[in-house]
Write a protein that binds this ligand. Structure first.
Ligand code: PGA
Length: 233
């Protein structure tokens, strides 16, 4: 199966730099690549590229209405955007999104047949308690999530590995992905300090169906290096 390579720009890049990045990356891609870009909301553009898919980092579960600062379905439809990230730890922890709200968003965008990259992952404190606690914690992040949804992609992103420069070990990745795969049938991506140097061994791990990349996706050449590593698999 072709490995999925996704870039989460978070609150980085401008409209102009995102456009330049996407235009030049799209020219380098092959029809067999499976690449997603999640730009910052103000840089969302029409999803009409030849080889890559534009997704939204967030949206409110509503068509339109009085939800100051939020993006609704109507705006996404105009841009032909059909992919959304839900449950990212920065939204759960910094923006205080509850499991209940993640599930509400999931159900709303599922009805709209969006492809959903649903993020789960434990804190360092849970990881340090041992794998049984990690499993219990991840299980709670699947509460009220219709795991049989065919357009579900899970991203396992241990919080302590995000932006820290310290990715999880291959053993931790493989063990946790096996656990997630025992819960649901979806492809499972790994995220957390993936870069051009460690991408190859991570993508080589049997249970890894792709990667979700933050910091190392901000530079187009560095992100393209990761895509090239995925082609070798
Ligand atoms: P990182 O972020 O690659 O900078 O660790 C990954 C993510 O949060 O999706």
């Amino acid at each position: 199966m072709t490995k999925i390579i996704a870039a989460n720009f978070k609150t980085n890049h401008t409209r102009k730099s995102t456009e330049e990045y996407i235009q030049s990356l799209d020219k380098k891609l092959l029809p067999s690549d499976k690449v997603y870009i999640f730009p910052t909301p103000i840089a969302l553009c029409e999803n009409n590229f030849k080889h890559l898919n534009i997704g939204t980092q967030n949206a409110y579960p509503i068509f339109n209405g009085a939800f100051t600062g939020e993006i609704g379905l109507q705006a996404l439809k105009e841009l032909n955007i059909k992919t959304i990230l839900i449950g990212h730890s920065e939204r759960r922890n910094i923006l205080k999104e509850s499991q209940e709200f993640c599930a509400e968003k999931f159900n709303f965008f599922m009805k709209e047949e969006f492809e959903i990259i649903y993020c789960v992952g434990e804190s360092l404190c849970v990881r340090e308690k041992g794998f049984e606690d990690v499993k219990k914690f991840i299980q709670t992040q699947f509460e009220n999530i219709p795991i049989k949804y065919p357009k579900l992609i899970v991203a396992y992103e241990p919080i302590w590995a995000i932006g820290s420069g310290m990715s999880a070990s291959l053993e931790q990745i493989s063990q946790t992905h096996c656990f997630i795969k025992s819960i649901c049938d979806a492809p499972v991506l790994y995220g957390g300090s993936v870069n051009a140097k460690n991408a190859s061994e991570i993508l080589n791990t049997k249970e890894v169906d792709g990667v979700l990349v933050g910091s190392a996706s901000l530079d187009m050449e560095s992100f393209y290096e990761i895509i090239k590593k995925a082609r070798e698999k």
